[in-house]
Design a protein around this ligand. Structure first.
Ligand code: ATP
Ligand code: ZN
Ligand code: MG
Length: 302
């Protein structure tokens, strides 16, 4: 058994993260939350003048929209569904009996209309589609949500329930690719302001199975996804703290997002992994915020 103290152990000991007994499911201290709140204000400062429309959805989404999104085709291994007990009194008795003897009491739970949100932008596309055509100047949205991904890990930067702040842009190809480039530049600038060294690299999503390999290669070949990487648990394999995704007109076609001239909207989204950014700050500047460089505290708290 490896007795080395890991970053996760140190986060538990300091109280910044709170152990729940499940890998990737943690409570957060007031101090940890304060760092996330400060970083979100920094995001507001950089993005605030763009006039994005803010929306906040709960961490569960309409199952019908989730099904239509195609998430189960690409990432079945990551999805989390919400199931509930829907039986009568007899079913309840057998449920309790099942629990009593330690059998699997969950197998008769029924799917509800809710699925856990896998990425903050997922509930947005059907919402915008319902409004009708987008103006030629496009649409810009500001979202933040807890997201669920079934990827239990002892790496504190890989959680099962974590927050993603996103800006989503819809419009012409030129418009949304300019938007993405703008946030890649801003991302580097923001991280520099808080004393973090970053690299940007091309990336792909973890598409499931053998067919998924081809989708991932295609995504790379077409430069559809970039990540802003910061070393947290490993220098050799730095962690993606932001991602910059261009969906071409795939989401526009799927959700019937049209511009006023009846062309299909292109979309792009930029996501900040809020826990990962906080962890990068704690890893780089130490677990005691009062000992962080004053320049960094100034950038975060003014
Ligand atoms: P990775 O390659 O590390 O799995 P990803 O490509 O799956 O990341 P995205 O799907 O682009 O990440 O999600 C947007 C952002 O959300 C990421 O840049 C990252 O900062 C954050 N994120 C993704 N998965 C997790 C996770 N399991 N725990 C914490 N943050 C995450
Ligand atoms: Zn997104
Ligand atoms: Mg992932």
């Amino acid at each position: 058994m490896d007795m080395q103290t890991t970053f996760l152990d140190r986060l538990f000991e300091s109280g910044l993260l709170i152990d729940t007994g499940v890998d990737g499911l943690y409570g957060r201290s007031g101090q940890f939350e304060d760092v996330i709140a400060a970083f979100e204000r920094l995001i507001d400062k950089f993005g605030g003048a763009d006039g994005a429309e803010a929306m906040r959805f709960p961490p569960g989404m309409n199952r019908a929209f989730f099904e239509k999104s195609g998430y189960m085709k690409s990432f079945p291994q990551l999805a989390g569904t919400v199931h509930s007990f829907c039986g009568g009194e007899l079913d309840h008795m057998s449920l309790l009996q099942c629990m009593e003897v330690g059998d699997d009491w969950t197998k008769d739970q029924q799917a509800t209309d809710i699925v856990l949100t896998p990425a903050a932008c997922y509930p947005l596309y059907p919402t915008v589609a319902r409004r009708g055509k987008l103006p030629m100047g496009g649409g810009l949205f500001d979202l933040q949500s807890y997201c669920f991904r079934h990827e239990p890990s002892r790496d504190p930067a890989r959680q099962q329930l974590f927050r993603m702040r996103e800006y989503i842009c819809m419009g012409t190809e030129q418009h949304v690719t300019d938007f993405r480039q703008c946030w890649m530049d801003r991302g580097v600038e923001m991280m520099k302001a808080v004393g973090l060294d970053v690299t940007i690299d091309i990336a792909n999503d973890p598409f499931f199975g053998r067919a998924g390999k081809m989708l991932a290669n295609n995504q790379r070949d077409q430069n559809l996804k970039f990540e802003l990487l910061i070393p947290i648990t490993s220098v050799a394999e730095p962690t993606a703290c932001m991602s910059f995704n261009y969906h071409q007109d795939a989401f526009g076609a799927k959700w019937e997002l049209y511009l006023e001239d009846d062309s299909v909207a292109h979309t792009a989204c930029v996501g900040f992994g809020l826990e990962r950014i906080a962890l990068a700050l704690f890893h780089h500047h130490g677990l005691e915020v009062r000992h962080w460089p004053s320049k960094v505290r100034q950038a975060l708290w003014g």
